[in-house]
Design a protein around this ligand. Structure first.
Ligand code: FPP
Length: 254
């Protein structure tokens, strides 16, 4: 099946009241998926890319506005050079081959992270892909690449301190909203539902500021196996959560 047929959808359904507006995902378990089949790790990442197409389609079907995927962390450079190289090649191939499908289906693409570390070729592909999808408004797909939550907060602090030292910002006016606007996720609402596959129960430096009030869902399913049914389970679990944002249950129901 071509990428265009795989990523089919958006703007089909108005979201239910209990549907998350923004889902953020740590796609863990590609390596184990491959190992359990006696295959090299990259095969797991390839299969993982198919699961990426699947979840984009499913989010579109559910009318979810934002999907953010953690594709490559600042720490992932420490993996064996061959795996890093193959992951970069996969990233390039997704940027080159899947963009038509995103354009056709009204998906806006944004890449967040410390992009300076990527070479000229990847940066130019990113720019091109973001520009081609800039007017799409059915759904936003954000891919975090060379991203780390602490890096993001640090770069925001650096910018704020710089502006403050030049007298452009009064430190008294620095509040949560202003800090959020200096994070690379500026303009994207905080995630409502976080999903981590692969059995680990941690957030691994992903969107640490933005996840403050997010509902956290962990599943043992390995990312390449994450199916429509697994996605429905996560949505159903989310629908049953009472989001109190620090209030009491009585206040929320009132
Ligand atoms: C974690 O699994 C996964 C990654 C570090 C890479 C994720 C990449 C993809 C899903 C494919 C490309 C997707 C895009 C959006 C370009 P792991 O390798 O840590 O698995 P393990 O815990 O089983 O070893």
């Amino acid at each position: 099946m071509s990428p265009a047929e795989n990523i089919k959808t958006p703007c089909q359904k108005k979201p239910e009241h209990s549907t998350p507006r923004h889902i953020a995902v740590i796609m863990d378990g590609n390596g184990r998926w491959a190992k359990s089949r006696g295959q090299p790790r990259i095969m797991g990442h390839r299969k993982g890319a198919e699961a990426v197409r699947r979840i984009i389609r499913l989010c579109g079907d559910e009318g979810i506005e934002h999907l953010t995927l953690f594709a490559f962390s600042s720490e992932n450079w420490q993996r064996p050079p061959r795996e890093v190289k193959l992951l970069m090649e996969l990233f390039i191939s997704v940027l080159e081959k899947d963009i038509d499908a995103l354009v056709e289906n009204g998906v806006r693409l944004r890449i967040i992270g410390d992009l300076d570390r990527f070479g000229k070729r990847i940066n130019s592909l990113i720019k091109k892909a973001e520009m081609r999808t800039a007017c799409n408004d059915c759904m936003q797909l954000t891919i975090a690449a060379n991203y780390g939550g602490r890096w993001d907060i640090t770069q925001a602090c650096r910018h704020l301190a710089d502006k403050s030292s030049r007298g452009e910002i009064d430190p008294k006016n620095i509040d949560e909203e202003l800090i959020s606007s200096y994070l690379v996720s500026d303009g994207i609402p905080d995630p409502d539902l976080f999903i981590r596959t692969g059995g680990e129960k941690r957030i691994s430096n992903f969107l640490i500021w933005q996840l403050a009030y997010c509902e956290l869902y962990f599943t043992d399913i390995l990312w390449p196996d994450f199916s429509k049914e697994n996605f429905s389970d996560a949505l159903q679990w989310f629908a049953g959560r009472e989001r109190r944002f620090g209030k009491t249950s009585e206040q929320v129901s009132a």
